[in-house]
Design a protein around this ligand. Structure first.
Ligand code: 3PG
Length: 213
């Protein structure tokens, strides 16, 4: 798949909801009820980070949840891309971009939201055809003011800022013209997941999905 086509796909996904939950799943048994709660709360696009041994099984479980679109986050290598695709991921997210990683996603037909934190990184990805990118790490890279500043000379790139985004600051990002949606882990806090408090997570998702952009 070409980077241009991937950007069409990732833009469609980013338009489905204002927030993409960034999920760290320690126990694959939590995956299905967690995904169901988030989807019920209005957040259908789910990013499962490949940071735990349970992540690939979690993606497999979540891929069967009605109304959800599950992707794999923390893609670092071509091996991650293959494993994510095999588990049923419909999209990928990476903290940064390397030639090997981009080529692997293009060859695997896995739409990728590639990470960029600077104007040069955003431009390099745009040159290759990626006009939808993840701004990471958003808060540590200067937050909404930095992203607004990047948007002045490079308005054609649209972003999903992630990293330090919360209910308190999400609107600062979502109000920018170069932001499609934002990513964050706050909608699935570890303690609620461990306790199996799915209604609590659904309530957090409802609050996040009501954010305007
Ligand atoms: C991450 O890579 O962990 C994401 O950017 C999520 O960041 P957050 O936990 O600050 O929302």
């Amino acid at each position: 798949m070409t980077p241009e086509k991937m950007s069409e796909k990732t833009e469609e996904l980013c338009r489905l909801a204002p927030i993409i939950p960034v999920l760290v799943v320690d126990d694959a048994r939590h995956a299905r009820p967690l995904a169901e709660a988030l989807v019920a709360g209005g957040l259908p696009v789910l990013e499962v980070t490949l940071r735990t041994p349970a992540a690939l099984d979690a993606i497999r479980e979540m891929a069967g949840v009605d109304g959800g679109v599950v992707g794999a986050g923390t893609l670092l290598t071509p091996e991650d891309v293959r494993a994510a695709k095999e588990a049923g991921a419909r999209f990928g997210v990476s903290p940064g971009a390397t030639d090997r990683l981009l080529t692997a996603c293009e060859n695997a037909d896995l739409p990728l939201l590639p990470g960029a934190a600077t104007a040069s990184e955003a431009l390099a990805l745009l040159e290759r055809g990626y006009r939808v990118q993840k701004f990471f790490p958003a808060e540590a890279s200067g937050g909404a003011p930095a992203l607004k500043a990047i948007g002045a000379p490079i308005p054609q790139v649209r972003f999903c800022p992630t990293g330090g985004v919360s209910l308190a600051n999400a609107s600062d990002y979502l109000s920018l013209p170069n932001v499609l949606c934002a990513g964050g882990s706050w909608v699935a806090p570890k303690d609620l997941v461990q306790r199996g408090d799915w209604s609590g997570i659904e309530a957090l998702a409802k609050e996040a999905s009501a954010l305007s952009r």
